[in-house]
Design a protein around this ligand. Sequence first.
Ligand code: PMP
Length: 429
Amino acid sequence: MTTSAQLFEQACRHIPGGVNSPVRAFKGMNRPPVFMERALGACLFDVEGKRYVDYVGSWGPMITGHADPDVLGAVRERLDSGLSFGTPTAIETTMADLICEIIPSIEMVRMTSSGTEATMSAIRLARGVTGRDRIVKFEGNYHGHSDSLLVKAGSGALTHGEPSSPGVPASLAEQTITLPYNDIDAVEQCFEEIGSEVACIIVEPVAGNMNCIPPQPGFLEALRRVCNTHDSVLIFDEVMTGFRVALGGAQAHYGVKPDLTCLGKIVGGGMPVGAFGGSETIMSNISPLGPIYHAGTLSGNPLAMAAGVALLTKLRAPGFHNALAQRVDTLCHGLQERADAAGIDMITQRAGGMFGLFFTRQSRVDNFAQATACDDDAFRRFFTAMLDEGVYLAPSAFEAGFMSSAHTPEDIQLTLDGAEKAFASLSHR
Ligand code: PMP
């Protein structure tokens, strides 16, 4: 039997870091990543035959569990017709109609092949329609790896942004302003000073890339207000929250309507898909209707559309999202009880079908500074102990956890039993 450690060693020869996306490498965990072989329902099975209850769910898409028979069936049904034609196909219209029905702020939608492309294209559209270059984002929010968005805050709130990766031109990063999440004053001050230069605000309406941080009451509303006042475009990056926090995404859950919405993950049912959409007025500026360019050889790929349409259709079942949120509640309450009993400082935060664990004495975590102040070492030891117990959490303290409708009460109980032991091992050090 080839072990994960052996496969990782082989992978490192020709793949940088042995992985095709960095978080998979288990950096800082003092152990090689686990190579998975197959998945079913709530579980992953590694190459050594070990089973894990999975709370990553391919980073979000597997909301009805892995290898969902309806999704696989839809893909199988189309498979023999060919993989890609580079022409329009009817299922792209089915997908667009479905998205527009589920998310009323979207009247027109374009498909992409990733979340990164969705946010990149939405930013271009916002810049194109406003004729402005500057954009506002938030510290700790992640919107994919396009140049304008790989930018961190400069030393003061309104200073020019700095590239967060070598290779991002400083002249481009200067156009991106990064503000603290959940800080209405910072947003208002920024817009008072340079509102007329800002093309858009892009925000994760529930932050899922610095653990799980819901918006404070009034935060999303304030973003809507300043964008209205200054004719800037409000972009909700719902790549993570779309179809998960509620069927209609965070915008339905919190009742705030963005101008543009970016989607990914669930919208492709596990296939490489993203999307961006908004009102007909703004979307009709996209080529070929208008001058703002967007394209993609595999955008709207029929197999990917089949998977996404099958999954979205299932999520419309009445009560689906309530049941999902209840599972998250059961898990989070159970974890809290066990952490408290073991004397471990830990809190949980959640929104619909996503959740996060913070090893901290703070009573809540609202921004990046507070998220990074948590005990990273405690998280790492908890993560490793949980892996040994057969529970697969995101291998980073800065990623949200994802629940699926395939997680049974037994899966959750197994997780809580594992956590009891993991917390005990933390408190006995
Ligand atoms: N936006 C958000 C909120 C994300 O969480 C991610 C990926 N985790 C992206 C954009 C980028 O999506 P992709 O990895 O599909 O390019």
